[in-house]
Design a binder for this molecule. Structure first.
Ligand SMILES: [Zn+2]
Length: 324
């Protein structure tokens, strides 16, 4: 993270005013049971405005599900855009994505092109509020919040910053499989901290995720005993289902996410918090555990303003050492 970014992010917290909210009261973490989502390929937006890094031009924020302080959050996106945006920033994001999933797709101009023929818009050039980013993300939007590594220390995420929680679902369907059956054909059971009685977790074999999770498990088993209680019993890997209270597919649907022991985990929805409201950060998971997952290219839900501290998902594009 560039020097001073934390300060800017802190300013972000001050800049974004009181967002109003729609309360979501469903129990469960990001992988909790909900309705199954249908396919969605992001279409290019007709109303194009300058991409991040350009001037902030007001647009009609009422298309879609804008439920939070839209004007302020656009300003924030512009700040991120100035830090990471422009043509150079765009190229860096494309390089990161290509290197993270080698051979899975190409990027031709403004489209991500899969061998299957699926083509997904890279950047729809719309500025979005945090709520819109969740439901209408293009592929480029997945980089909007920089992901801070565990070695950068603990701390509450900046207001509304959810690095890695912004996902283009069509992209993940194209990467891992577009149906429960398609993903199920790729998964395998990985012994989970067997020395600690953890049983097994089911994850995809795509992109070496299963092998990487095995290495995570091996490294976690070597931690001193005071860390063991966080790890087992695990709360699950592959399950085809939506995120609680939404119709968005969880990354658990693609076999690319796992949950550790819920007994020591915190989840914003369990704490009765509204999506756009003030959410006091809570976490009990030691960063030593997070660091091991990150070493093997899994990001942590404890880096999200909408925290989900049991949750880890394979997102090599967000961890520099994983896309070099
Ligand atoms: Zn999870």
């Amino acid at each position: 993270m560039p020097p001073g970014l934390r300060a800017i992010l802190a300013a972000f917290g001050l800049l974004v005013g009181a967002g109003c909210a729609v309360a979501i009261a469903a129990p469960g973490d990001e992988e909790a049971i909900g309705p199954t989502a249908g396919p969605s390929i992001t279409a290019p937006a007709a109303d194009t405005i300058p991409p991040a890094g350009g001037p902030v031009i007001p647009v009609d924020g009422e298309n879609g599900v804008n439920r939070s302080g839209k004007g302020d959050s656009r300003l924030v996106q512009s700040l991120f855009g100035r830090l990471f945006g422009g043509a150079a920033g765009d190229d860096a994001k494309k390089r990161a994505l290509l290197a993270a999933y080698p051979g899975a797709f190409t990027i031709e101009g403004n489209e991500v092109v899969f061998p299957s023929g699926v083509r997904i818009v890279w950047d729809d050039r719309r500025q979005k509020t945090p709520a819109e980013l969740l439901t209408q993300a293009d592929v480029e939007d997945m980089f909007v919040y920089p992901y801070p590594l565990a070695r950068e220390g603990a701390g509450a995420p900046p207001r509304l910053a959810d690095p890695g929680r912004i996902r283009n679902e069509a992209f993940f369907r194209a990467l891992y499989g577009g149906s429960q059956q398609a993903v199920a054909a790729t998964v395998t059971r990985v012994p989970w901290v067997p020395a600690l009685g953890g049983g097994a977790m089911t994850v995809t074999t795509r992109f070496g995720v299963a092998e990487r999770l095995k290495r995570v498990s091996d490294d976690l088993e070597r931690l001193p005993p005071q860390f063991h209680r966080y790890l087992a019993p695990p709360a699950g890997g592959f399950v085809w289902r939506a995120i609680a209270g939404t119709n968005r597919l969880s990354v658990h649907s693609f076999g690319a996410a796992v949950d550790i022991n819920t007994a020591y985990s915190d989840y914003w929805q369990w704490d009765g918090q509204p999506e756009g409201g003030d959410i006091p950060f809570r976490n009990r998971i030691p960063l030593e555990i997070v660091e091991i997952f990150e070493r093997h290219c899994f990001i942590w839900g404890g880096r999200w303003y909408h925290y989900d501290t049991m949750h880890f998902e394979y997102r090599p594009e967000l961890i520099p050492a994983c896309h070099r």
